[in-house]
Write a protein of this length. Structure first.
Lengths: 280, 411
């Protein structure tokens, strides 16, 4: 039995290196335990050194790409599942093309979940201005992703917010971007971030872009599940928007047509004179 | 009038923008700011940063520059004859709001439209100035969508295309008669000419010159338009026919359908019946079938004599029920074109079926894992271990799909 420790930061590279050696040495999935972030404790920390690889095994590109994403899933079995499929791939040509294989389907599902989580992170991180002065402005956010998505998603933020410094703190990893350099650090409890007056303006926008005549709460929550709401400043308005929607529509309907303001006719007369194209 | 503060202006001018359906920020050129000298990026598919309780994606800061307007379009809350509160942003305010919202990761960029103040040219040049300041002074590399004023000078539209990712010009209503009746200051010919100009500029920008140099990119995310559904009496067949023509003639990326929504201070000229939102939904589904599933308008709207889509079920299912002789089809042998016509199979499912069946024969159970909705598809297919038997032709098949009769109105 081999126990493979995998670090919290750099999990992807560590898993790939270990999997390469194990498969090269012909170690069966039944003989491997994967230990992410030291969760298994001392009990399993056997020091059995890995056997030397005897040959290089090639894995299809599509597997490698899928694994790069799946390693960030929160399921503790993800490493074993990936290795199990890699093991089968040695003899099963075309397995990666079989969209109905249950093992592969399960991994694809996990891949999709991580992608979705990454996507939601890109969407729902909310920075606050730290107002620190200095050449570059600095911002910080607290975020709680479902999977371990900080590391694979950080480059997106680096490409987008390159002219400012920023930090995204999460329970298991914190990423910092300072003077153009990206670095990862252990997670932390929710930090106290200064109030940011832009949040009130954003709330104003959120409330007014909403059309009360088209209430579709389910469509909102399926894309923006409640678990994200506590870190979204605009979400505090949702309840009252929903509660007040019907009344607003009712008011609109009851108000009925009004008499046009005086200026309307003047403006229209002038317009119709000046522009012979418009009205014949 | 008392001076409005920024928050009050934002409230008025986003309220006024909510009737524009588009909030897309996809499909533009890839950009980023890794060089550290600017702000923002665009990477293919846009991001919905939030969702309002109306279920709509909030991707862009969608605002009007001003809601003062000298035109009198009956369906519009900003028309000159409405008593809505008016406001106007300065160029600087729009630029600052966009940048500060963007830095906090609230938005992908700006979608700016405007009521027409003073003249179409004056309005359009203020809008261009905003886009130019964002690009040149703020080095903003996020997404910009400008709603073009059709009557503005062609030079202004040309400039707009150099700063914006997307330009849109709303055709507003599906027929010329509708435009004359409800948007009397607008001219269908001018609207079409403006769309033609945008298409022509794009074509020029895509041509390399003899020296192989590419001119500056012009509206890389293309142009789109919006049609209001249910304000005039047009049938779905008319609307979809118009869309097909627009996609063809002007190379539009998207046609948006906006169910005419009750607005505050509505004009007395309008029919006050609210079209069901489901109609808008069915139009989008049909639009999708036209563009990605190889259907044509005639087929989709043939089912009913009034030319409208069936509100009870999606247009593909409705078509399949009308054309049962085509089914059941064998998922292991049918052509791609036919697979695309199976209710419950999306383009992705069809891709997976084609890929997998090269290696082995597909069983019924395999299809669920490929993303098919078998509840819909089962009556229309055969697979290993499955044949629908008499189901395909059974008299009550339609009833199985149609929703039970119920009170549909919210009011
Ligand atoms: S031109 Fe017509 S649609 Fe546009 S803002 Fe003015 S009144 Fe509204």
């Amino acid at each position: 039995m081999y126990t493979i420790p995998l670090p919290q930061i750099g999990t992807d590279v560590a898993w790939r290196d270990a999997a390469k050696r194990l498969i090269g040495a012909g170690v069966s999935p039944n003989d491997v335990l994967w230990d992410h972030g030291g969760n298994m404790g001392e009990l399993f920390a056997t020091g059995t050194p890995l056997p030397p690889p005897t040959r290089r095994i090639k894995a299809p590109q599509s597997f490698v790409q899928m694994a790069e994403t799946v390693v960030w899933h929160k399921d503790p079995q993800r490493f074993a599942r990936l290795y199990g499929l890699l093991w089968r791939l040695r003899h099963e040509n075309g397995l990666m093309q079989d969209r109905a294989d249950p093992d592969l389907a399960r991994l694809r599902q996990m891949e999709k979940a991580v992608r979705r989580c990454q996507h939601k992170m890109k969407a729902f991180v909310r920075f606050r201005d730290l107002r620190q002065g200095g050449e570059r402005r600095s911002f910080a956010a607290w975020f709680e992703p479902t999977h371990h998505t900080v590391e694979p998603t950080a480059p997106f933020f680096a490409r987008r917010f390159a002219d400012m410094d920023w930090m995204i703190a999460t329970p298991d990893v914190t990423v910092q971007f300072v003077d153009g350099n990206l670095s990862f650090h252990p997670g932390q409890p929710k930090p106290d971030l200064p109030e940011d007056s832009a949040e009130a303006l954003w709330g104003t926008y959120f409330c007014n872009i909403f059309n009360p005549a088209r209430l579709k709460v389910q469509a909102m929550t399926s894309e923006m599940p409640k678990k994200y709401w506590k870190n979204l400043p605009e979400a505090q308005h949702i309840q009252s928007l929903i509660a007040g929607a019907e009344e607003k529509v009712q008011q609109m309907r009851e108000a009925g047509p009004t008499i046009p303001p005086d200026r309307a006719q003047r403006i229209l007369d002038r317009l119709h004179q000046k522009d012979p194209d418009v009205d014949e | 009038m008392a001076q409005l503060d920024l928050s009050e202006k934002l409230a008025i001018l986003s309220d006024a923008a909510r009737y524009d359906a588009s909030c897309a920020s996809s499909g533009t050129a890839r950009r980023d700011s890794r060089d550290g000298k600017g702000l923002g990026s665009t990477e293919g598919s846009g991001i919905c940063h939030s969702y309002a309780p109306d279920g709509r994606c909030i991707s862009l800061l969608k605002i009007l520059m001003t809601n003062f307007c000298i035109y009198d379009c009956a369906y519009c809350i900003n028309r000159v004859s409405s008593n809505v509160r008016r406001a106007r942003f300065s160029v600087d305010e729009v630029v600052q709001l966009t940048i500060e919202f963007y830095r906090r990761n609230y938005i992908e960029g700006l979608f700016l439209s405007s009521g027409i103040i003073r003249s179409p040219d004056a309005t359009m040049s203020d809008m261009v100035r905003i886009a130019k300041r964002l690009r040149e002074d703020e080095a903003f590399r996020g997404y910009i969508h400008l709603k073009t004023i059709p009557d503005a000078a062609p030079e202004l539209v040309e400039q707009a295309g150099l700063y914006a990712d997307r330009l849109s010009i709303n055709v507003e209503l599906p027929t010329e008669r509708g435009i004359q009746a409800y948007a009397p200051e607008k001219n269908p010919a001018t609207i079409r000419k403006a769309m033609g100009d945008v298409k022509a500029h794009k074509a020029v920008a895509n041509d390399r010159s003899f020296r192989g140099k590419r001119p500056k990119r012009f509206a890389p995310a293309g142009q789109s338009t919006q049609m209001i559904v249910g304000a005039d009496g047009s049938s779905d067949a008319t609307i979809l026919g118009q869309s097909t023509q627009l996609y063809g003639d002007y190379g539009l990326r998207r046609v948006y359908y906006s169910a005419f929504s009750p607005i505050p201070d509505a004009s007395a000229n309008l029919p006050l019946i609210k079209p069901p939102l489901i109609r808008e939904h069915r139009l989008y589904q049909a639009d999708w079938l036209l563009r990605f599933y190889g259907f044509d308008v005639g087929e989709i709207t043939a089912g009913r004599s009034d030319g409208n889509l069936d509100l009870d079920m999606d247009p593909k299912l409705a078509w399949a029920l009308q054309n049962r002789a085509v089914f059941p089809i064998n998922v292991n042998r049918a052509s791609k074109e036919l697979l695309l016509r199976v209710p419950g199979f999306g383009t992705r499912t069809v891709g997976r079926i084609l890929q997998t069946r090269r290696h082995r024969t597909l069983r019924y159970e395999d299809l669920t894992r490929m993303g098919a909705s078998l509840k819909k598809a089962r009556a229309f297919i055969t697979a290993q271990g499955w044949t629908p038997g008499a189901l395909t032709d059974s008299a009550d098949l339609r009833a199985r799909f149609a929703p039970p009769p119920e009170q549909l109105s919210l009011f």
